[in-house]
Design a protein around this ligand. Structure first.
Ligand code: DON
Length: 578
């Protein structure tokens, strides 16, 4: 395919505009998009993705480039010291898969490792410092994606990130704010990198990360083994253990990314493909949307409709807590959870005008069985000109993960161990409760809420996801409902949000999510409304309108993300020889 690129980019969206007519004349049929698009949480990560696409890479190469670049420019959100889920759609044969690069518990981890002698969870032990770190999964996932699905090699995909780490980048207001907020949690090596001269950097300060550049270069030279074995691995393990962590060289050498079959279901005329366990996201998304279908969701935005959405959310978060965990360790009734009959049963207890207190949520066949039997993170969306797509959510969990950087590596160690249930009595940093299904065990993956998704139907194909801890699932739900309503990408990422997660039994809402009348009506239905003063989430969306051959991309206005659409011009028509 020949590209004479026409480029445009805005912070939110760029529409194909005048070039649309031209693109319709190309030899490409409606089966391929008229160009490509990248939406990420940082302009330099978007540029990294565009760079490899322009060099002939596909969406999967771009995903590797973007992940690695985020590691450098958004160290507070995701990185090679963390993990994530990469949902892939291959256009040539329609193959869809989830690359699971979720972190795993080290071999020395135990179910009670974050509890005191009385069995109570010790505050912040699973959040701060190297003891909170699970074995990183991102390096293995990046190698896997580049080798199995990419068109370029891993070294080429990593090149933009290595360059930015080596030459430096100018920090933005978010970076400054997050660094200032987390100073106390940053280890000495992390402070040396992110606070040059011992000071929180001013906006525009150049941050160079030579150690991280060298670690990424080791991956470019030796593949994932450059991270999990040899000198980098030794520095990681020595550093973590010096900070009272429990990683070993065997833990690192034994890490494997896994491919899993995505969750797939239909909502009205739309086919949805999303993350399976060890994320709770896809099962929850299916549960919410199927309940809404049972209830006859109309798309109306009044209080009654909001009430139905909130009640559907409440019910799936109870199932999450009761059932979900790492599929390699626990048996889960996934077919039951995804079944129409379960959605019907859940929806049947939703009263037309009344909130159901979580404490009074009626039992279902499944919940009875359960009782008897026992503004960090980052998302990006990519579409290439062949129609390959990636929806990926990547994370180190809380801001700057555990805050710990093993000296000489440039790697921020995640604090994903907090996504396990420290005990069946304790809630985690997001207030989520859990069960034995999500208790800690060596080698096990902690339960996630990350919900990278594809939605395909009459309004085109949407590639969507967001960070936001336990609220990820409800944000993606609201985003999909707005897509089905026909909203454009900018409106989808900007829309005000609300959230209910079973316990605590409150409805969190962003300013502007409910007007005065809706607030009164919802309160009268029995809801405890808790307004959150800061917006949450950082959604990135790409839409390919197949019928009109238009591409839209948008980055959440709550963040500093940047989305770019590149429209391919047709190959020049040869001039006939005289
Ligand atoms: O896997 C999860 O669900 C969490 N570790 C995600 C954390 C997150 O989104 C933090 N962002 N604000």
């Amino acid at each position: 395919m020949s590209f004479a690129d026409a480029i445009g980019g805005t912070r939110h969206a760029w529409l194909a505009g005048a070039l649309l007519a031209l693109s319709l004349l190309t030899a490409q049929g409606a089966e391929t998009p008229p160009g490509y698009a990248v939406a990420t949480a940082h302009p330099l990560a978007t540029a990294a993705g565009i760079e490899v696409l322009r060099e002939g890479g596909n969406a999967f190469d771009a995903a590797v480039a973007v992940s690695a670049a985020l590691s450098v420019v958004e160290p507070y959100s995701s990185g090679i010291g963390g993990g994530g889920f990469w949902l892939l759609h291959r256009a040539s044969d329609g193959f869809e898969t989830l690359v699971d690069g979720r972190e795993t518990a080290p071999a020395a981890a135990t179910a009670g490792m974050y509890l005191d002698a009385q069995g109570h969870a010790i505050a912040r032990l699973s959040i701060d410092g190297a003891i909170a770190g699970a074995i990183p999964g991102e390096p293995a996932a990046l190698e896997w994606i580049a080798h199995r699905y990419g068109r370029l090699d891993l070294a080429r995909d990593l090149a933009p990130a290595i360059r930015i780490a080596r030459d430096g980048f100018n920090v933005d207001p978010h970076f400054v704010e997050f660094t200032a907020d987390e100073i106390k949690r940053l280890s000495p090596a992390a402070r040396a990198v992110f606070m040059p001269g011992g000071q929180v950097p001013a906006v525009g300060t150049l941050i160079r990360q030579p150690d991280l550049a060298a670690t990424l270069q080791a991956m470019a030279d030796h593949g994932a083994a450059g991270f999990y074995q040899g000198p980098v691995a030794k520095k990681l393990v020595d550093g973590v253990r010096a900070d009272h962590g429990i990683w070993t060289m065997q833990d690192l050498a034994g890490y494997h990314a896994v491919e899993r079959r995505p969750v797939r279901f239909n909502f009205r005329d739309y086919r949805i493909v999303t993350a399976p366990p060890p994320s709770a996201g896809g099962i929850g998304l299916a549960g919410i949307l199927q309940q809404l279908e049972v209830l006859g969701w109309t798309g109306d935005e009044g209080s009654r409709s909001i009430h139905q959405v909130i009640e559907a959310m409440r019910r799936v978060y109870r199932d999450r807590a009761a059932w979900l965990g790492d599929p390699d360790f626990v048996q889960m009734p996934l077919a039951d959870l995804l079944s129409r009959s379960h959605a019907v049963e859940l929806a049947s207890s939703i009263q037309p005008e009344r909130a159901t207190p979580s404490a009074n949520l009626p039992a279902t066949a499944l919940s009875t069985r359960a009782a008897q039997e026992g503004d960090d993170t980052s998302h990006y969306s990519i579409l290439d000109a062949d129609g390959n797509a990636v929806s990926a959510t990547v994370t180190v969990n809380f801001r700057f993960g555990s805050g710990y950087m093993p000296p000489g590596t440039g790697v921020i160690v995640n604090d994903e161990m907090d996504d396990f249930a420290a005990s069946t009595a304790a809630s985690n940093g997001y207030g989520l409760i859990g069960s034995k299904a999500n208790e800690i065990a060596p080698g096990k993956r902690p339960l996630s809420t990350m919900t990278p998704s594809f939605v395909d139907g009459p309004n085109g194909m949407l590639i969507i996801g967001t960070p936001g801890g336990s609220r990820i699932l409800t944000m993606v739900t609201l985003g999909i409902l707005n897509f089905v309503r026909g909203h454009d990408a900018s409106a989808i990422v900007a829309a005000p949000r609300y959230h209910q997660q079973y316990l605590p039994d409150v409805v969190e809402w962003e300013p502007a999510a409910f007007d005065d009348v809706q607030q009164r009506q919802l309160a009268a239905m029995g809801y405890t409304l808790k307004r959150v003063d800061r917006g949450y989430g950082n959604m990135q969306a790409v839409i390919w309108h197949r019928k009109t051959q238009r591409i839209e991309a948008a980055s959440d206005p709550r963040g500093v993300g940047f989305s770019q659409v590149v429209i391919s011009l047709p190959a020049p028509i040869p001039t006939p020889k005289p």
